[in-house]
Design a binder for this molecule. Sequence first.
Ligand SMILES: Cc1cc2nc3c(=O)[nH]c(=O)nc-3n(C[C@H](O)[C@H](O)[C@H](O)COP(=O)(O)O)c2cc1C
Length: 414
Amino acid sequence: MKKKLMAILTVMALCLSLAACGNNSTPASGQETAARDTAQSTEATGSTENDNSSQAQENSTQVQEEEKNKVAKDGADMQTEDKSIATRIPMEGGTKINMYFGDTLITGVLNDSETAKALIEKLPMTQHMSRYSHDFCGVTEELPYNEDDVHYGWLNGDIDYALNAPYFTILFEDEDVSEQYGYQVNIGVITCPIADIAALQGSYDVRIELAAEETESKENVMEESSKDKVVSDSKSVAVYFSRVGNTEFPEGVDAISSASLQPDGGNIKGNAQLIAEWIADEAGCEIFEIVSEEAYPADYDQTVNLARNEQSGGVRPSLISSLEEPEQYDTIYLAFPNWWADLPMPVYSFFDEYDFSGKTIVVFITHEGSRFSHTIDTIRELEPEAEIVEGLAVRGGSVKDEEQDIRKWVQENR
Ligand SMILES: Cc1cc2nc3c(=O)[nH]c(=O)nc-3n(C[C@H](O)[C@H](O)[C@H](O)COP(=O)(O)O)c2cc1C
């Protein structure tokens, strides 16, 4: 038995030393970049020059197979196949972007990939990102991608879209060992010193927008004119739906103990309601509340269950409030809570009632972790002829801490 064990250990040690040998032959990072570039150009011409390392790779296949299913300590998938695929898509020019981590500006440039183009369409947008060992990263909305662009690894400074979530990520450390991490599409690079981003800690709601000269040079007249609609002299209205205005609370409800209810002077206010009030104040516009004919139960859990049933049944609750002369508005700021990763059904009823073709709808959502979910896409489907602008996703429990940011956003974007 002992002999058998020794024999197995010897074979494993041999395999491991072959794998380590393969790693030792990997060039240092500068050379590695060149090697990746070469790999990319040879791939384009159909050459098989890279095969000279295939013997070592074959020998370590067994070990690689075992490693394939490992998960890194930050939860990312670790891959060991296809190490030679280039990580950075070459680019000429590109689209310059600004990313604001609080007061710190991280500049970047996006390439011409299908994924980057789709992201550019969404700008300006706010992306929640947190610092990890080798990147700043956050779950993002799904973007299209070309299978041929999916690769392993990165070069420090890459901006990538990682398919396994999906994530928007800025990678600034660990380029040398990055080939273990798969399912990435390179969409650009940062253009400021890497030290600027590496110095940041914690989490941010990162505002990503086209750099000023990009906005100015944008040829798309449609887009320019729709941006013009969010200007101060256009007529706007701040529309909101909140649980508070749609619930009959019994006397003496303990509003303070509920994260979704905000005591405001003697009143209880909803999170989306507060946002709409701040928007109306900044934009100098009217305010309108979506009110369902039938009130939701005062009991939170009952409301949660009822909302789910309404959603699965496609129920469109009748509304008792109506927007006077909706055609007078160019911009509709809309604030509502995320309910079951979707719009509350009375907000669907609101969209059923009005046609906002040719208008701009700026969306603000309150949530407890799900952020926008797919609500932006849903509103685009409900109002296909309107320009839908992603505003801010605000955590309901801390809405009052966000007041200044919300006001600033409206000032800067109206
Ligand atoms: C019926 C219901 C469903 C909810 N579903 C979600 C959800 O899927 N994801 C999430 O992050 N928060 C969810 N929440 C939390 C609310 O989005 C959050 O409390 C919000 O700030 C409430 O805003 P309001 O005060 O304007 O109603 C849900 C709340 C309710 C009442």
